[in-house]
Design a protein around this ligand. Structure first.
Ligand code: PHE
Length: 513
């Protein structure tokens, strides 16, 4: 029947693009990007960031989607299919999202609570306190975290096409429309707006520095959800009908626009209504404590603005956690032949349990005693995953495709990007005139830059946090080693399944053949 009937996967190209954009757009865009831009030289940072997205991000994203698409399977089977010796990379990239779900959901819970609280907050002129008493309460944040996890879980329980794709097709346009409304509203808040925009974007190349460049690279990878198996997993649910280059361009464009617009909105509002707070905009507190104050200063309409804003952040966070959970679920379903609902129930329960101490730690419950050394657990895991593990995941994908797939017989071919592209295009990766450039990038440039990102990122943080940072680095590598050992003991010689398996496992969410 020419066009192979839809299997277990996305029904349309646009569905895939929106789902991937849903994964990409998250707290990274709505919170981290704006403040990182403001402290690293404004438009100078944006310029470097866009360059990173165009050159590095797109290379890694194409590599990941392609690795998944050719295998039509979970991350472990996908990497095994590239080369039977490297299935362990697949287990590493699967473990990173698992860790991220646990802390991202805590913040997701805070976001939900801020959404619901929007209509009550105005009397409490200092919203910071209200957030403080909420987060330091041992139970309440956990209930919201649980609700948040349940949201994501219920959607992906319905499957890729019926759950992730359908939800993304509604939620992502909704998110974008809310964002546009907020941007327009905030840009017209009065004279302070220009001060805010100046703080946010005015190009200051002297402030960018080397650290700023590293920050831009890290931000680009995190924001595009790279190095964590997500694009491998989502890519596996697509077929040849999807134009890789165009999809990646659209996902990156959407992700970057949302980040830029979020900054426009946030800093116009702060500039107009709370300019004294420019200094305090670092970290997640930007959206959980500074912005609520700004919304309060808007008067009655602030309640609606707050509601819209946090609803938008909730959407962004939920679609991101959906993607994180899907990577893990896909493997559990296919490897252990468990029906989707059950697999997701198990994963959600484990993640919720792990998120409890994280929530206590970051919220300061129990007198702030729950720490890893001098770090709260959220910062600890966040640093482990984003600074140490994520570059390794992204490197794994690039090296796998660039060096370990094609098997050249002549020595000269081993190093030749042209040869690589010839092999890749025979294998079905069609990138037109961009092909040879992609080969050079995936084989040489991106890996070298990612390794530098790892080393410089770690060194930079050791400088910033002191020697205790080695505890984070050490733990991350220990976990990595544990994944490798786990792989060789349990999964090396076993078939780890593929997408088609889900169609025959049980009768839960079986989609049409
Ligand atoms: N890309 C998401 C963001 O910008 C975060 C995320 C990272 C989501 C990794 C999934 C995987 O917030």
């Amino acid at each position: 029947m020419g066009n192979t009937k839809k299997k277990n996967g996305f029904a349309s190209g646009i569905g895939f693009i929106l789902a991937s954009a849903g994964s990409a757009v998250g707290l990274g865009n709505l919170c981290q990007f704006p403040y990182k831009t403001s402290v690293n030289g404004g438009a100078a940072f944006v310029f470097v960031y866009i360059l990173c997205v165009l050159v590095l991000g797109s290379t890694a994203m194409i590599a990941e989607i392609y690795i998944g698409r050719r295998a039509q399977a979970n991350t472990v089977s996908s990497l095994k299919k590239i080369n039977p010796k490297i299935g362990w990379i697949g287990l590493i990239v699967l473990f990173i999202p698992f860790l991220i779900i646990c802390y991202y959901s805590v913040l997701g819970g805070w976001t939900l609570r801020s959404t619901i609280n929007s209509f009550q907050a105005v009397e409490q002129a200092n919203n910071m306190n209200s957030l403080g008493s909420f987060t330091s309460n041992p139970y309440e944040p956990i209930i919201y975290t649980a609700i948040f996890i349940v949201f994501a879980a219920v959607i992906i329980m319905a499957g890729v096409k019926e759950g992730i794709e359908k939800a993304s097709k509604v939620l992502m346009p909704m998110l974008f429309i809310i964002l546009l409304i907020l941007v327009v509203y905030c840009l017209f808040l009065g004279e302070g707006v220009s001060r805010g925009l100046d703080f946010y974007l005015n190009p200051r190349f002297d402030e960018l520095g080397f650290e700023g460049v590293i920050a831009a690279m890290g931000q680009a990878f995190f924001s595009l959800s790279l190095g964590m198996g997500i694009m491998i997993s989502y890519g596996s649910y697509t077929g040849k009908e999807i134009k890789l280059g165009r999809s990646v361009a659209l996902i990156s464009l959407f992700d970057t626009l949302v980040a830029l617009f979020a900054g426009l909105m946030i800093f116009s509002a702060i500039g107009a209504l709370s300019p004294g707070d420019f200094e305090n905009t670092q970290g997640v507190m930007l959206i959980y404590s500074i912005l609520p104050k700004v919304f309060n200063n808007m008067g009655e309409i602030g309640k609606t603005v707050s509601f819209l804003f946090f609803a938008m952040v909730s959407i962004a966070a939920v679609t991101s956690v959906m993607s994180l959970m899907e990577v893990v679920a896909q493997f559990v379903i296919q490897k252990f032949k468990i029906v989707r609902k059950k697999a997701i129930l198990i994963i959600s329960a484990i993640c919720l349990i792990i998120s409890i101490p994280i929530s206590w730690s970051v919220g300061g419950a129990f007198n702030g005693k729950l720490m890893f050394g001098e770090y709260d657990i959220l910062t600890f895991i966040d640093e482990m995953t984003n600074t140490v593990l994520m570059p390794i995941g992204a490197l794994g994908a690039c090296v796998a495709l660039g060096w370990l797939m094609a098997k050249p017989t002549k020595k000269a071919d081993i190093f030749s990007p042209k040869y690589l592209y010839k092999q890749l295009s025979k294998d079905g990766l069609k990138l037109g005139s961009f092909g040879n450039f992609f080969s050079v990038m995936v084989k040489y440039v991106t890996p070298i830059i990612i390794i530098s990102l790892e080393v410089l990122g770690i060194m930079g943080n050791v400088n910033k946090y002191g020697n205790s940072y080695w505890l984070i680095v050490g733990s991350a590598y220990a976990l990595l080693l544990a994944c490798v050992v786990l792989y060789f003991v349990f999964f090396k010689n076993k078939d780890c399944g593929n997408n088609a398996d889900e169609l025959v496992i049980g009768n839960s969410v079986v989609q049409e053949k």
